[in-house]
Design a protein around this ligand. Sequence first.
Ligand code: 1GP
Length: 249
Amino acid sequence: MTIYQQLISQSGQSKKSLAVLVDPDKLLNGDVENIAINAAKAGVDYFFVGGSLLVNNELDQCIITLKANSKIPVILFPGNTMQMSRNADAILFLSLISGRNAEMLIGRHVIAAPYLKQSSLEVISCGYMLVDSGKTTAVQYMSNTVPIPSDKLDIAICTAMAGEMLGMKLLYLEAGSGALNSVPLAMIEQVKQNITIPLISGGGLRTPEQANAAAIAGADIIVIGTAFEKNSGLISEMADAVHKASKRV
Ligand code: 1GP
């Protein structure tokens, strides 16, 4: 089964997943090892690996360490075309559909396509929607795009609908790593009600209660990174909070 087939099957059964975001620049190799061990114990579903700007060339080592210490699938979550690695299992092929920067909508993808074609990475197209979070985030600055205002639910809904109609396999509602405010629950709820593909959400989720609420609102995958950078012991509580939002059938 491919990772995407697994995602579709879980979303169809209203099973919620936790993805731990690992930014190789923010962690030492020992920290990555701890995260992998704690995540495996906690039953974490996915690792997302990447960052808005990586300067330390630690991406491959980070993935190797995650894989050496767990069987959790590693999905690239690239901030740019430098962040590709054959050691990962899959890549979120992100098109920044909330913005109007052609490079982020299709330009970088043209550059990445031949590499991806030759690799064995599973390529999963993903409509990436940046939502205003109260301050300028790294992704907003680096992508040179304007986020969707957090109170404009109609814009978020129509953007998500257009993304699905264009053939995106996933949608990602993103407040940005370390966001002041996470994506409003009403926005997650409304977007989910208007699409049929799985929904990812993350950015600024710091407590198990917040993660649980975002999953109940409709996110199929909750992504958390910053909260684990200082305390990887929090992973098991967060995983429980997300998993318990699954509907019992
Ligand atoms: C960023 O949504 C993720 O793309 C995770 O954000 O680091 O704030 O948890 P945090």
